[in-house]
Design a protein around this ligand. Structure first.
Ligand code: TRP
Length: 329
């Protein structure tokens, strides 16, 4: 069985793109892997150190991931700061991380440009903290998007360097998680290729159904087909792409046929699409309400996660200390 580790950003609500992309992957993953999923609250301090936001953000992210189907029994779901062992490993890895390689990391350069007034050392050493997250549980695989590939490569370098320096074969070199399936990419409703928070084109899982209806109604469309069987423009293709994910195949086939016959009515298509998005996400909203009404669910989940994560973490720290030459009197 493979060990998989993934950090979850502790800001922002889940949207359809997150859900049908990474999250559904996580839910599948936990069936046949030893998974560690954690909310990266320490990492959030590199950009958003706001004591008023920290807890509410962690809470809402945890709520939504659990509501969507991450299972605290099957996986180890925890809060990064509940496992302080990661901080010790971070410190140790930092002793073997070079300023030069940290400075030329793409994410560091981006953030330094975006927040020139706060180019802090945490930002610089973001990759060593992420490597510590991963190596702490000796992961085989890490699910990463494009923007995290460089961090994973650095993790492998840190692991290799540690092994070489201390002449051990201790850390594994984790690779990108892949189960052979293609990750579903949900497009935006504004004709753009991707649904994303920074794009401002999201349908959130906890949006009120009325809000979902409104957002779908406003989706970009064209003037309609003028010739039978014509190629769909991107904005229309996008609506069909989402429909293929949330609607029944017959529904998609019906609107496809209407399109091909030049008889499509976008108002009808949008009404159907909104109804199907709402139906697909209703159980999650219901579960969010349930969790909100019952704080014990979160408390139990994080307590269990913390226990399991610390067990694995403390073993690593014990062994790493030994390798590095720390001894007790
Ligand atoms: N850097 C990741 C992101 O921005 C989050 C993260 C932190 C992470 N630690 C991790 C992901 C360890 C995978 C493994 O999305």
């Amino acid at each position: 069985m493979k060990t998989v580790v993934s950090g979850i950003r502790s800001t922002g609500n889940l949207h359809l793109g997150n859900y049908y992309g990474a999250l559904r992957n996580f839910i599948r993953m936990q069936e046949n892997n030893r998974c560690f999923f954690f909310i990266a609250d320490y990492h959030s301090l590199t950009t958003h150190p706001d004591p008023n936001d920290l807890f509410p953000h962690v809470k809402s992210v945890l709520t939504e991931y659990l509501a969507a189907g991450l299972d605290p029994e099957k996986s180890t779901i925890f809060i990064q700061s509940d496992v302080p062992e990661v901080v010790e490993l971070y410190l140790m890895l930092n002793m073997h991380a070079y300023l030069g390689e940290l400075e030329k990391t793409t994410s560091f350069k981006d953030k330094a440009r975006k927040q020139p007034q706060n180019v802090n050392a945490g930002l610089l050493t973001y990759p060593t903290l992420m490597a510590a997250d991963i190596l702490l549980h000796n992961a085989d695989e890490v699910p990463v998007g494009k923007d995290q590939e460089q961090h994973l490569e650095m993790t492998r370098n840190f692991a290799k360097r540690f092994n070489n320096f201390y002449k051990v074969d201790y850390f594994k070199e984790p690779v990108a998680y892949s189960d052979g399936t293609q990750m579903i990419k949900i497009p935006g409703l504004d004709g753009s290729g991707k649904m994303g928070k920074s794009e401002g084109n999201c349908i959130y899982l906890n949006d009120d159904p009325k809000v979902i209806e409104k957002k779908v109604k406003k989706a970009l469309t064209d003037a309609g087909p003028t010739e039978p069987n014509s190629v769909k423009p991107e904005c229309i293709e996008n609506l069909f792409t989402i429909m293929k994910v949330v609607s029944a195949p017959e529904t998609v086939a019906y609107f496809d046929e209407q399109w091909n016959k030049c008889e499509i009515r976008y108002g009808d298509l949008k009404k159907q699409l909104a109804a199907d998005i709402i139906a697909a996400t209703d159980p999650i909203r219901e579960r969010i309400r349930e969790i909100d009404a019952n704080p014990e669910i979160l408390r139990r989940a994080v307590t269990l996660g913390k226990e399991k994560a610390r067990e694995s973490a403390s073993k690593t720290i014990r062994e790493v200390r030994e390798i590095m030459g720390f001894r007790s009197f």
